[in-house]
Design a protein around this ligand. Structure first.
Ligand code: SAM
Length: 284
């Protein structure tokens, strides 16, 4: 199968034909460089026959590169004009029938995906990149791995380890599902329009065994939010609201093997999960 990718001129022509002026609100920065979309697909290790989900296919540049690699794609796009046009673009450029399914919807709200995808590949809309990633990881346990392109700072945060300045609530929440690793950089010049931030690729591999129940995840994330909500405070103080008092917070932290004087940025996801487990056991 030969799929022909979209070049810069074709992307602008397509946008003009659809009367699409890229909007900041929807994070519409389209990739206009074939090498870049192939680099993303390569970083994701997409194999023929794999089932990929793409969030925000836009005019289809990355979508076509995933299809070129022989995978099938379920693409979720919020902009109706783009969602409506994508199947035609794919057919015109050599994609066989049935290889692409377009879901015309807000990715933050989808709760079912046709095609049962196992790999996530996306150039994510910047404004919702972290919430949409967490929504997909939580809602679709069949997603085994993925590579996404996001704003450099967000990628660094997702892959950050405890103790670093950039380590925050998204780092711990992302780590709940498995390890994350930076997977390459992308020049801002390959986008149209050119954004005023740099981008990085970041990838994850889901742990084979789920870490805990939905209830435990919810409790853990609540504690993470409280810890980073007041990240400069010691944990016994930052968690006093959740546990009723700073003495109660200290007792839970000590029982979980965490120093009450530590700060949120010092703890691993395992530490946060242990705190949630101790709290659940003592009905706090
Ligand atoms: N994949 C294309 C590319 O690489 O050229 C477009 C990427 S662009 C950064 C983000 C895309 O996500 C846009 O097409 C935008 O309309 C879409 N989008 C924004 N918010 C969305 C949401 N909540 N659900 C689904 N798609 C969304």
């Amino acid at each position: 199968m030969t799929v022909s990718l979209l070049g810069a001129t074709e992307i602008r022509r397509l946008a003009g034909e659809l009367d699409v002026t890229p909007t900041k609100k929807l994070g519409q920065n389209f990739v206009v460089d074939s090498n870049t979309v192939r680099k993303i697909v390569h970083a994701a290790g997409v194999q023929p026959g794999e089932r990929v989900v793409e969030i925000g296919p836009g005019l289809g540049s990355l979508t076509l590169a995933i299809l070129e690699a022989g995978a099938s794609v379920t693409a979720v796009e919020i902009d109706h004009r783009l969602a409506e046009r994508l199947p035609q673009t794919a057919a015109e450029r050599g994609v066989p029938d049935g290889a692409l399914t377009v879901v015309d919807a807000d990715a933050m709200k989808v709760t079912a995906l046709p095609g049962d995808p196992t790999v996530l590949v996306a150039n994510l809309p910047y404004n919702v990149s972290v919430p949409v990633l967490l929504h997909f990881l939580e809602t679709f346990p069949g997603l085994q791995r993925g590579v996404v392109m996001v704003q450099a700072e967000v990628a660094e945060r997702l892959a950050a380890k405890p103790g670093s300045k950039i380590y925050g609530a998204p780092s711990v929440k992302a780590a709940w599902y498995g390890p994350w690793k930076l997977a390459g950089s992308v020049s801002r010049q390959v986008f149209w329009p050119v954004p005023n931030v740099d981008s990085l690729l970041v990838g994850f591999v889901r742990d084979e065994q789920p870490r805990g129940s939905e209830e435990e995840r919810r409790r853990t994330f609540e504690i993470v939010d409280a810890a980073f909500g007041q990240r400069r405070k010691m944990l016994r103080q930052a968690l006093s609201g959740i546990f009723g008092s700073s003495a109660a917070a200290s007792a839970v932290l000590e029982a979980a093997g965490v120093a009450p004087t530590a700060r949120g940025e010092d703890l691993t996801v395992d530490d946060y999960q242990r705190i949630a487990q101790v709290a659940a056991g003592s009905n706090l």
